[in-house]
Design a protein. Structure first.
Length: 139
């Protein structure tokens, strides 16, 4: 039962749940970006380049036969995927940049000293000490 309890503690930690939510939202965001690239950005670019459909751009290595499919290198799909990545990376960059910009910078609270210096021998002693352990003078 120890392993099950340990797994439950691991799975219920806040950062694991935050990560899971981030992955789900990231997947949905990726679909939106893919749609933007495939349905909005690439058609005008293809039109400007002479009515080219990027998804159909490919190099055929082996032609289709009766029993096998054609072997192709689909570099048009690869171009779409690169544009997807660039847009996602840029969007994440903008979001993180804004989060860092708006994040309140926490002022460091000065730590209370735990030691002090002996006025006679200049050695370091505990803050609550009443006598120096080195020279035995009163503090």
């Amino acid at each position: 039962m120890g392993m099950i309890k340990e797994f439950k503690e691991f799975a219920m930690r806040g950062n694991v749940i935050d990560m899971a939510v981030g992955i789900v939202i990231g997947g949905a965001f990726g679909k939106i970006v893919s749609s933007v690239v495939n349905d909005i950005i690439m058609p005008p670019i293809g039109m400007l380049l002479g009515n080219v459909d990027f998804t159909s751009l490919a190099v055929t290595l082996k032609a289709k036969t009766a029993g096998t499919e054609a072997v192709t290198i689909k570099y048009g799909v690869f171009i779409n995927t690169i544009l997807d990545f660039i847009i996602v990376a840029f969007a994440i960059f903008i979001v993180i940049r804004q989060m860092n910009r708006f994040k309140k910078k926490e002022e460091a609270v000065p730590k209370e000293p735990t030691t002090k210096e002996c006025s006679k021998c200049y050695s370091t002693v505990h803050i609550k000490a009443t006598r120096c352990p080195n020279c035995t003078s009163e503090l």
